[in-house]
Ligand binder design. Structure first.
Ligand code: HAM
Length: 420
């Protein structure tokens, strides 16, 4: 009998114990990325592989490549048009809305297969795995620091070299509109030189023209207006603060031409790339999508997230030799104050055996300590305005009947945390 083969662009993975084998690296990657997610106190969400096709058309946008040419969709036996999910964000939001959980905050992670009908090549498959996180219900500020901190932790965990994180800000609705208008006006005289794909982008979502692979379009864009001139000063300082706080851990570049391939993004966006990957050089991407919940019929739910391409990520790992107390990290400063997030990041780098729950919500110390007790934290590290000014932190001993709390210098905090 003839043998039956797997479908084009869909790979089998098998753990044969050889640490050089990409499948073994993929499994190890998944295990350790999951550990980072749980150490950051995120909760798992698992959604079906098949969804109503409209979910992706409405979220990714009809100008996106995903919807235009990559979606695996077909009619089921009941003539309902369904699709294999091409990404995880829309499904996560759909699930949260459906469960009526769209009025609260969530820190979620997922790991699973996604499907896109692409031309297979190195690093590009028709079935591939994504490990992602979605932070739902928080305005711009703390979540941006948290998510870049997490990207840096993952890069550190696997000791990746030759990679960098590109960051950009797509502006709020108003500045995005002003920039798009300026871009359309600039491109108008060059219309005859644009290919069909870029012309469609120009009418449906002008920002996407910046992502054109066409060499002629790229050279026309060299003199185009930059989004830098249109975004608010707060957006510029967010980019600069993130770059400054994390540049000693990973190479972070502000790239004002970075746009993402899905229409739902608003505000802060980012991608991590590696020079070792060749043409498909992006191993992770994400950003803020404040309007997606409303677009899918839910409540206003400002959110941000990212997804790692597991196969691409695993191919970067050189050495997979493998290598729990809960601590709550409580800030009583403004959400936009960046220093505490960097301290939390440094703590996590110092001792990865500890589960550090950085409380992102604003609220009273009392409510935050209640949460720390609820999640079984042994200690709470508290940084308020006074501590920030004095370069100190408070360590609160939540399980110690004899000791209440101690104010220590940041250096002492680092030694304490290392010794846990
Ligand atoms: P994305 O940039 O389309 O974002 O995909 C994220 C990552 O998945 C890419 O950086 C890449 O590593 C990997 N990837 C994409 N397509 C393929 C493919 N055909 N073969 C192998 N790897 C691939 C998203 O999907 C968003 N949902 C990310 C996000 C989450 N934004 C907010 N929350």
């Amino acid at each position: 009998m003839d043998k039956i083969h797997s479908l084009t662009g869909m790979l089998d993975h098998y753990d044969d114990g050889d640490i050089e084998n990409i499948s073994v690296k993929i499994f190890e990657t998944e295990k350790r990325i999951k550990k980072v997610f749980t150490n950051y106190k995120y909760s798992e969400i698992r959604t079906p592989a098949l969804e109503d096709t409209n979910l992706f058309v409405r979220s990714a946008g009809d100008a996106s490549d995903i919807v235009n040419k990559e979606i695996y969709s077909f009619n089921d036996r009941n003539e309902k048009n369904i699709a294999l999910r091409p990404e995880g964000t829309a499904s996560a939001i759909r699930a949260i809305i459906e469960k009526k959980l769209d009025q609260t905050n969530h820190k979620l992670w997922y790991l699973g297969p996604m499907w896109r009908y692409e031309r297979p090549q190195k690093g590009r498959y028709r079935q591939f795995y994504q490990a992602g996180v979605e932070i739902l219900g928080y305005e711009e500020g703390a979540p941006e620091y948290e998510i870049i901190s997490m990207v840096c932790s993952i890069i550190e965990e696997f000791k990746l070299k030759n990679c960098s994180i590109k960051i950009n800000h797509l502006g709020d609705k108003e500045s995005k509109k002003l920039f798009c208008d300026a871009l359309v006006e600039y491109l108008e005289p060059f219309k005859d030189s644009l290919d069909e794909k870029d012309l469609t982008r120009l009418t449906k979502n002008p920002l996407r023209v910046l992502d054109s692979k066409n060499k002629e379009t790229q050279s026309i864009l060299k003199k185009a207006p930059s989004i830098r001139e249109f975004i608010k000063p707060s957006a510029l300082s967010l980019l600069e603060n993130i770059q400054n706080e994390y540049k000693d851990i990973c190479n972070i570049e502000i790239d004002y031409t970075l746009v993402r391939g899905l229409d739902y993004y608003s505000g802060f966006v980012f991608e991590a790339i590696s020079s070792e990957l060749g043409a498909q050089d992006s191993f992770l991407g994400g950003g803020r999508y404040d309007h997606l919940s409303l677009k899918l019929g839910g409540k206003n739910l400002p959110s941000i997230g990212m997804a790692i391409g597991v196969e691409r990520f695993a191919s970067l790992i050189k050495d997979i030799a493998t290598s729990n107390k809960v601590v709550s990290f409580i800030t009583l400063t403004s959400n936009l104050e960046s220093k505490p997030y960097k301290i939390a990041h440094q703590l996590r780098s110092l001792n990865s055996n500890i589960i550090l729950d950085l409380q992102l919500s604003e609220g009273s110390l009392k409510s935050k300590l209640r949460k720390a007790n609820k999640n079984n934290s042994e200690y709470a590290i508290i940084i308020g305005e006074e501590e920030l000014r004095d370069g100190t932190a408070v360590i609160k001993f939540l399980n110690d009947e004899l000791k209440d709390q101690e104010t220590v210098s940041i250096e002492e905090l680092f030694s304490f945390y290392t010794s846990l």
